[in-house]
Design a protein around this ligand. Structure first.
Ligand SMILES: [Zn+2]
Length: 183
């Protein structure tokens, strides 16, 4: 897949998942949904060009985001490098960057990217919540489950249109992500 095609795919997928999208640089996409801020870095390189933690924080604007997605051929390696760099920022400069880093391998792009978005929306459910409804019973503690997010999109995992539902239990705080196929 060419860089341009990959970028278009990522942008269209984010829009389909309810994000607003802003292209910052050729390799960096900013995505917003309510209070959730996610930066996506698409890299055809398999190494980091910058080693100073401050440069990395600045290049990817990591000060101002909740989640950072690395899309690359060796995405988990790059994600580890970035996490190490953020550790160094803490030791060297006393700067704590509170960002969750996710990786998406280009060779399994479609399903991996969908899964990462599912994880991010579930982790940050309070920031994106668009509904509040008691629906069902918590499988863990049997209290009420609260539906906090619902969205319809085209799933690559279930191969078709789905309704996404994210629940939280107010008692035990478990979060549950579900996809239901629309027939
Ligand atoms: Zn519960």
């Amino acid at each position: 897949m060419s860089f341009r095609k990959l970028r278009n795919y990522v942008t269209l997928t984010l829009l389909d998942r309810g994000f607003e999208v802003e292209n910052i640089r050729e390799d960096l996409i900013k995505a917003f949904q309510k209070d959730l801020k996610v930066n996506v870095w698409i890299s055809y390189k398999d190494y980091l060009e910058w080693f100073d933690p401050l440069t990395i924080i600045e290049m990817f604007d990591l000060m101002n985001v909740d989640a950072f997605i690395v899309i690359a051929y060796r995405a988990s390696f790059l994600a580890d490098e970035i996490l190490h760099s953020l550790d160094r920022a803490r030791y060297w400069y006393d700067i704590f960057i509170d960002v969750k880093v996710y990786s998406v391998d280009i060779s399994i792009l479609e399903k991996a990217f969908e899964e990462v978005i599912n994880n991010i929306l579930t982790t940050f459910i309070e920031k994106v919540s668009n509904v509040y409804k008691i629906e069902g019973i918590c499988p863990s503690c049997l209290n009420n489950l609260i539906l906090l997010y619902t969205w319809e999109f085209n799933s690559k995992i279930l191969e078709g249109k789905v309704i996404e539902k994210i629940y939280k239990c107010d008692s035990c705080r478990i979060k549950i992500h579900r996809l239901e196929k629309v027939s």
